[in-house]
Write a protein that binds this ligand. Structure first.
Ligand code: C2E
Ligand code: CA
Ligand code: CA
Length: 432
């Protein structure tokens, strides 16, 4: 093992490690990074004392140093994290497994008992996982984050593809923590009156440099990391605030929000939202009006698992005065059965189906959907309307409401980003 600089505990610190990584990159030969984090270290420190915690750190460092192949460097990355830099990347997985196993076998004696510890590992290699030190260190950090998320005491490799997903996971976590998940609102128009009758709140991630990421770029990752309920919480809270601020505005207006199956599995978050909804509804009633209408959108994908559970969670919202929409209808299995299981007020027809409306077969399918919905007293909404031609067809088919780029894209509140007024529809200004 080659020490870079000596410190109190005799091993390189974070800045020395960074320097070593940069030197390795300048040299150009492949090398590997292993980031090791002692599982539940805070708990160990808290329950057994700092002195014991220090012993855990020292002994883990010793195990890593002894196990690491010759030519490797190990240093303290910060907290209970150690970074190993290894030259032999042909056997990287085997080396990490050996490290993990040796830490697991470590036995520490406290005053009262024998303590065993485990560690989680993130693994990355140069040049596959990054061409500069920042990218490489982000990749190995994101891989470690995932190792912990997936249950600890394991190693996760930051492959190039994983790196993107994991990197986005870290970006998303930070954005949630710093309240940088914000709603953008896309107008919904009535096809009969051409008036704006509502809007859908869509999640956006504001990057620190101001760039705005659309939901498509992070929602799948949030699903994998089980974080979608936090996104829903932010967007629903913001939408309720918007409803509250505009509640006396006489314009009838429906506020659509998306909710995930992940939210339905977080009873505390659901309860908090339900209380906010009840407070909003009670305020409107006390003032003698109905306030803005709020609609919860659900996809079949989210409902699929357990409709009885979804119903138990959603009915209190319906009883409080909210409405339900079945989202993305026409995508995947599209069973009308859900319309019998839950009291849906809206059926949103998927954009991919709407965009193919020039084809006679698709037109017949949408016509059938429209007929059934009308018989059930459910309003239909065409998604993804992009052209005047499609706008005409959906109107002819008797679809009630529509949204899509033809009318307007989703935009941040103008107070937040200085855009033009939200309710000045583009098509009426340009005479479309
Ligand atoms: P969605 O609910 O079907 O939302 C519609 C998506 O289509 C939005 O993308 C919107 O920007 C985009 N879109 C609107 N008009 C058009 C059009 O004319 N053409 C095309 N090609 N696209 C159009 P976005 O914002 O990227 O959202 C993607 C998906 O992410 C949403 O699909 C929804 O499933 C999910 N999502 C967004 N926000 C949230 C949220 O707060 N919570 C949850 N659980 N999911 C969300
Ligand atoms: Ca939606
Ligand atoms: Ca949709």
């Amino acid at each position: 093992m080659a020490p870079v600089s000596d410190h109190d505990d005799g091993i390189p610190d974070r800045s020395a490690l960074r320097q070593t990584v940069s030197e390795h990159i300048r040299r150009g030969a492949p090398f590997g990074l292993i980031l090791c984090d002692i599982d539940r270290f805070k708990l160990i420190n808290y329950s057994l004392g700092h002195e014991f915690g220090d012993r855990v750190l020292c002994q883990t460092a010793a195990v890593l140093r002894d196990t690491l192949a010759a030519g490797g460097t190990i240093g303290r990355w910060g907290g209970p994290e150690f970074l190993c830099i290894v030259d032999d990347i042909a056997n990287l997985d085997a080396q990490v497994e050996k490290l993990r196993h040796r830490v697991e076998r470590l036995v520490l004696l406290s005053t009262t008992s024998r303590i065993r510890i485990t560690a989680s590992f993130g693994v990355a290699s140069y040049p596959a996982d990054g061409h500069d030190a920042a990218d490489l260190l982000n990749a190995v950090d994101a891989a470690l984050y995932h190792a912990k998320e997936w249950g600890r005491n394991r190693a996760v490799r930051a492959t190039v593809i994983q790196k993107r997903v994991l990197g986005m996971g870290v970006t998303l976590e930070a954005a949630l923590h710093e309240n940088r998940i914000v709603p953008a609102y896309q107008p919904i128009v009535s096809l009969k009156t051409k008036a704006v009758v509502g809007e859908e709140a869509l999640a956006r991630l504001q990057m620190p440099d101001g760039e705005l990421l659309a939901a498509d770029e992070f929602i799948e990752v949030s699903r994998q990391l089980q974080l979608t309920y936090k996104i829903d919480q932010s967007i629903i809270r913001a939408t309720l605030e918007r409803c509250m601020a505009n509640r006396v505005n006489p314009q009838p207006h429906a506020h659509f929000v998306n909710i995930s199956g992940n939210l339905l599995r977080h009873p505390d978050a659901v309860q908090e939202l339900l209380e906010l909804v009840r407070a909003y509804v009670a305020t409107c009633r006390a003032e003698g009006h109905q306030g803005r209408m709020m609609v919860l959108e659900l996809t079949e994908r989210e409902l699929f698992g357990d409709i009885a559970h979804a119903k138990a969670i959603l009915m209190p919202f319906v009883e409080a005065g909210l409405q339900l929409a079945l989202d993305d209808f026409g995508h995947g299995y599209s069973s009308f059965q859900y319309l019998a299981d839950l009291p849906f007020s809206f059926l949103k027809i998927e954009g991919s189906l709407i965009r193919r409306l020039a084809e006679p077969t698709t037109r017949k399918i949408v016509q059938g959907i429209q007929r059934i919905a009308a018989e059930l007293g459910i309003k239909t909404l065409a998604e993804g309307v992009e052209t005047p031609g499609i706008a005409h067809i959906v109107e002819d088919l008797g679809i009630d409401w529509a949204q899509g780029f033809f009318y307007d894209a989703a935009r941040l509140d103008q107070q937040a980003d200085g855009h033009r007024p939200l309710w000045q529809p583009r098509w009426s200004v340009s005479g479309k």
